[in-house]
Design a protein around this ligand. Sequence first.
Ligand SMILES: Cc1ncc(COP(=O)(O)O)c(C=O)c1O
Length: 394
Amino acid sequence: MGSYGMLAKRAIQTDTPVMVQIQEVLRGAKDAMSLAQGVVYWQPPKRALDRAKEIVWDPAVSRYGADEGLPELREALIRKLRQENNIHKSSVMVTAGANQAFVNVVLTLCDAGDSVVMFAPYYFNAYMSFQMTGVTDILVGPGNPETLHPDTDWLEKTLRETKPTPKLVTVVNPGNPSGTYIPEPLLKRISDICRDAGCWLVVDNTYEYFMYDGLKHSCVEGNHIVNIFSFSKAYGMMGWRVGYIAYPSAVDGFAAQLLKIQDNIPICAAIISQRLALYSLEMGPEWVTEQVKHLVKNRALVLEALSPLGEKAVKGGEGAIYLWAKLPDKSVDDFEVVRWLAYKHGVVVIPGSACGCPGHVRVSFGGLLEEDCRVAAERLRKGLEELVRDGMVH
Ligand SMILES: Cc1ncc(COP(=O)(O)O)c(C=O)c1O
């Protein structure tokens, strides 16, 4: 029997996860250093981890919890949303990370065959969430060539002219893969365009605390807006899998439909992870900003490493943990460049084609301590100098 014949087209026709491909490259390239994966180098707050250690024998930890999340965590999150995000009229569901939150939201809001809107360069997992749920009409809008900000004229025109009207627009703020921050007036403008067109806006705020140079992150709220958050990066909790959805309380049926999806995927996020999230949250946002401020040095190191590409080639990085760079025109196959950098120069980055932009790379500066980041950045700089000078010489 042909191996593909019995498998679902929606899975087969979904992109292959780039991180899995990159992990293969990392395994194959001896002693390569990773500037690829979107991770942070810190662990959760020690006090929170110590408290989590104490509760493993509490029987409640081994039982199912409420689908929406532990009541005390949801209460704490509602307070946090009010105080930090100016979100007052939203309900909260705790999920097994922001990626699961996004799938929940797509399954709750979109039908197979709907069209949706993203902006290039886009977050690959969000793209895949659409593909695998049958939402294959994905309209990818342009960013401003200088700032990479979503092009709102294009958005307005597209929402007006596409029939039926696209169901949902999604942005990541600050962005993955670009690290671009969407300033508040622009986010409001995107929100107004979506509201006027009768279209949902889903904002992924995974990197809300990862802001540099005095910039301040902000959220928008409304009956057409869903906000997604994550504990993964802020609290170094990648492996604990906790995120959450803030959705409009006033929209009839939203909670009931969302609950059906949740009950069939994780039922609830792991209880011990939710407790750790609560203990971490109690450390306050200051704990996170204290960690994040050390990344400024890493960003400077990576920025300097990208300089052989020319100043104009490097964009983003106002927030999140990423810089976005255009490869020289002759380097058409970005995945080949990524492999060459890994095998010849011992440093791994993400190919832009995974984000809808061939000929670019995403470089993450969050996963390594400064000393290691310095070594990785030096390798990257040497590799890029050679690439610009001689091309990919093996
Ligand atoms: C924009 C964005 N959303 C979601 C995620 C996934 O987060 P989580 O670990 O909470 O699922 C990531 C991780 O890289 C991300 O960059």
